[in-house]
Design a protein around this ligand. Structure first.
Ligand SMILES: Cc1cc2nc3c(=O)[nH]c(=O)nc-3n(C[C@H](O)[C@H](O)[C@H](O)COP(=O)(O)O)c2cc1C
Length: 188
């Protein structure tokens, strides 16, 4: 089982990463970890878009530019660690998505315009922690939509700990509870 661990946490003491590490350990698979903030990914400018589009049209995927997408498409399990920032997630994750969303590697389109998913994984875990409490998690909903509708990953799970920055919160208790949630999820 190949597990792709996509880490977008930047803080050394990241609570999100603590939980995601715990989950990855429990999943007991062959792990490839991608620490996105260390990759030096650039937003796609016009030059890069043109180069990439040409290669995609010619189905030439040999360049290292496509390695991230290949790793994603061939993984059996995906774990994403992304703290809750500004109602969604850090820019690192959007950058990563823009770099892997390659037509011909992650999905294709039929002549009628229907999406044909090309990813191998059937399970994706999205791990996040949040300073406060609210019901919105546009970041998770966005990833879930991409996973289910483009990548063909049907089983998408959210693991979260909330209220971590609220004065007086017992953070260790919250982390212990989230670990229990992970244990229960993996038993289900
Ligand atoms: C740039 C930034 C934006 C944030 N935006 C929100 C937010 O919109 N809502 C919220 O409840 N907490 C927000 N927080 C707090 C984080 O969600 C919280 O501290 C989280 O646990 C950080 O994860 P980490 O410990 O893995 O770094 C934000 C924190 C940062 C640094």
């Amino acid at each position: 089982m190949k597990l792709l661990y996509i880490n977008t946490c930047v803080r050394k003491e990241s609570r999100t990463k603590i939980l995601a590490d715990y989950l990855v350990d429990k999943l007991n698979a062959e792990v490839k970890q991608v620490d996105v903030p260390t990759l030096d990914l650039k937003p796609l400018d016009e030059y890069m878009l043109n180069v990439r589009t040409q290669w995609v049209e010619q189905k030439q995927f040999d360049d290292a530019l496509f390695d991230l997408a290949k790793d994603f498409a061939s993984a059996d399990i995906i774990v994403i660690a992304a703290p809750y920032w500004d109602l969604s997630f850090p820019t690192w994750l959007k950058l990563y998505i823009e770099h892997i969303n390659i037509i011909g590697l992650l999905f294709n389109f039929s002549p009628q315009g229907d999406i044909i998913p090309l990813c191998r994984a059937q399970k994706l875990y999205y791990v996040t922690t949040k300073g406060g409490y609210n019901d919105d998690n546009f970041g998770f909903e966005y990833i879930k939509n991409l996973a289910q509708n483009f990548y063909g990953i049907t089983d998408v799970n959210l693991i979260k700990a909330e209220g971590l920055d609220i004065y007086g919160t017992d953070i260790s208790k919250k982390i212990i509870q989230a670990r229990r949630d992970i244990d229960e999820l993996l038993l289900a």
